[in-house]
Write a protein that binds this ligand. Structure first.
Ligand code: ZN
Ligand code: ZN
Ligand code: ZN
Length: 273
């Protein structure tokens, strides 16, 4: 590392990468194209179109001088327009002409701020106007409801896409996958499984058995209820007892049995065999 050329090349590369991909530190230091040229660009709020015409041209010019390309996009939906603002382009479609279709959903295992999975939706925005080329927007499934409210026409969904709009919906999948690896509970052959008393749609499929610790240890208690709930209803019950502001605490928490109030944790939910 003693050659000055090497040091300069490294420093230049770091700067170029940070300038194009703009980490938070560069944003707060004002080292972005928007900020450096702010007086020439004008105000986004006052003149959206001319601002973005100038911004995309300037960004393209600045970045073309550096050896990288760059991702990043923002979606803006107003009463009349659906817009996607990327580093180099602005896609605009008029609301009255567009058809939106959810084409893909991806589950990302864990989000950094909560311990719950996030579902990202890809929505294709196609316009009846031939001048507007279709474009894709991506958003978190929890923002989907807000988007639907803002749009005049319903969003179509490809047949195989299931959208989890709430934290509770997202939690149910995690809950089911965790219960799956717990030991199963075998019902005595004489015992008939009844319909789940929560939904009356399916048979009861889970039994609470204290398996997380030894019987007399810890906060969990043994529940003596017969299997009365299906997995989904038990998951919904578990989610309903949680603090929506603290999703990071959900998985480790204990809730009372919906029938006898014995406290249990996720490790104690056993699938009935
Ligand atoms: Zn049920
Ligand atoms: Zn119970
Ligand atoms: Zn437990």
């Amino acid at each position: 590392m003693d050659s000055p050329e090497m040091t300069f090349t490294l420093a230049y590369l770091v700067f170029a990468v940070c300038f194009v991909f703009t980490p938070n530190e560069f944003h707060s230091a004002g080292l972005t194209v928007q900020n450096l040229l702010s007086s020439w660009l004008g105000s986004e709020d006052a003149a959206f179109v001319s601002y973005h015409l100038r911004r995309t041209a300037a960004t393209l010019l600045c970045h073309s001088l550096l050896p990288l390309g760059a991702p990043g996009a923002r979606v803006i939906v107003t009463d009349t327009w659906v817009m996607k603002v990327t580093t180099y382009r602005v896609h605009v479609a008029q609301q009255q002409d567009v058809h939106l279709t959810v084409t893909e959903s991806r589950q990302h295992e864990l989000s950094p701020d909560s311990n719950l999975p996030v579902q990202l939706l890809t929505i294709c925005v196609a316009s009846a106007s031939p001048a507007v080329r279709p474009f894709d927007i991506r958003l978190n499934s929890t923002e989907y409801g807000e988007l639907c409210e803002k749009l005049r026409a319903p969003i179509r969904s490809a047949a195989n896409v299931v959208i989890h709009q709430s934290l509770g919906d997202l939690f149910l999948e995690t809950f089911a996958s965790l219960v799956e690896v717990n030991p199963a509970y075998s019902v005595p052959s004489s015992q008939e499984l009844e319909a789940c008393i929560g939904c009356m749609q399916t048979r009861a499929s889970v039994k609470l058995v204290k398996t997380c610790q030894e019987p007399a240890v810890g906060e969990c208690q043994q529940c003596y209820c017969r299997p009365m709930w299906c997995l989904t209803c038990m998951g919904k019950w578990f989610a309903s007892r949680q603090d929506p502001q603290r999703p990071d605490t959900w998985l480790a928490s204990r809730v009372p049995c919906p029938t006898c109030r014995a406290r249990f944790c996720i490790l104690d939910v056993c699938t009935v065999r």
